[in-house]
Design a protein around this ligand. Structure first.
Ligand code: KG4
Ligand code: ZN
Length: 344
């Protein structure tokens, strides 16, 4: 079975073809493999503004969406006739940007009769883990960290999410981007800080690790303020790699600590990491070593599947399709919508 994925929720126009193959009769899950994953990034366009400008993003999506879909099919050496399902991210995200991908998906579904599936952006990030080839066994705890979200979920089965924690203020990716700006670095800040931190001392400055009451919720705005105050108070030229490494270590410490506290509370044997910030090399290594120490397996996608892409949308759509969750041509877009619900 082949799934065409489409993603336009922010500043990446992306289309991909994912194939689901039943390789092992004893396994309930097929192996998911991406045959193509085209990401037309608009980062260069938005860099001059220091962040994504929604209207500019929508207009660029309009220009890029059809060539991107065409290339995804060509790269996969596949025709539209071979596609069994179209999975499109329709929530949450920039509304004008989402509309472009959803309109393209609906038009193709209408013209070809291919079933359509609407996918939640965070669910897509989580399902990037099904493209790693690692067997995932429920229940799992998932850490989803991106430019707009920092959430911990307990996932008992496909499509079943309980929210264990979320951020009370800035998302982890937002903190990376804002602190990079304060340090005079470029946009987006996450990859730049990741690279610079490799040459720095993570213990150079002891930035705060915020706790929110007795919960597992995150709070990163105090850390951002601490970085800005630290920079303002310096009378000498700042040593940016050391500051970047210390800031990154503060974020990573909190993410690792809360994730494994949640994993131990819930008694899970596997932890999934997802979202753009999951591409961070220090986060990936710290998660893996803590997992080894506690006997909990950590699964994380390669960086190209962590940041926004359509292969993750196609992977999530496969399981929605199998569950019979097919959308009509009235599929709508939503700027905000939580994934799952909070139990307490
Ligand atoms: O998931 P994503 O591509 O888009 C959203 O859904 O928001 O995440 C983008 C975020 C940005 O804030 C970016 O700075 C961050 O992910 N990011 C990283 C890295 N690569 C991307 N943060 C830390 N380290 C990285 N290597
Ligand atoms: Zn994302």
């Amino acid at each position: 079975m082949k799934i065409l994925g489409i993603e336009t929720s922010c500043d990446e126009t992306s289309a991909a073809v994912v194939e689901a193959i039943q390789t092992d009769e004893r396994s309930p899950n097929p192996t998911l493999k991406y045959l193509s994953n085209v990401v037309a990034s608009q980062t260069d366009l938005h860099r001059q503004f220091g962040g994504v400008v929604p209207e500019v993003a929508s207009r660029r999506h309009v220009e890029l969406i059809l060539p991107t879909i065409r290339r995804a099919l060509d790269d996969a050496k596949c025709t539209l006739e071979e596609i069994d399902c179209i999975g499109v991210i329709n929530r949450p995200g920039l509304i004008g940007a989402l509309i472009v991908g959803v309109a393209a998906a609906k038009s193709i579904a209408y013209a070809s009769g291919i079933p359509l599936v609407g996918v939640h952006h965070l669910e897509a990030h989580i399902y990037a883990n099904w493209l790693t080839g690692v067997e995932i066994e429920f229940p799992v705890v998932c850490l989803v960290v991106s430019g707009g979200h920092s959430d911990l979920f307990y996932m008992s089965d496909h499509g079943k999410y309980e929210i264990l924690a979320r951020t009370r203020d800035d998302a982890a990716g937002e903190a990376f981007d804002k602190c990079a700006r304060a340090m005079g670095l470029g946009y987006p800040g996450g990859p730049i800080i990741d690279k610079l931190a490799k040459e720095g001392n993570p213990h150079y400055v002891q930035f705060p690790r915020a706790k929110v009451d007795e919960t597992l919720d995150f709070s990163f705005s105090g850390l951002k303020t601490a970085v800005i105050r630290y920079l303002d108070g310096l009378s000498v030229e700042p040593h940016i790699p050391n500051i970047a490494a210390s800031f990154q270590e503060a974020i990573v410490d909190v993410l690792v600590d809360h994730t494994f506290r949640a994993a131990q509370d819930k008694g899970v044997k596997q932890v999934l990491v997802a979202g753009g910030v999951a591409a961070n090399s220090r986060l990936q290594s710290a998660m893996k070593s803590k997992g080894e120490e506690l006997g909990i397996k950590v699964i994380a996608p390669p960086p190209v599947l962590c940041t926004d892409n359509a292969a993750m949308a196609a992977a999530a759509a496969y399981f929605r399709y199998e569950a019979g969750d097919i959308a009509g041509l009235d599929l709508d877009c939503h700027a905000s919508q939580p994934l799952g619900s909070r139990v307490s």
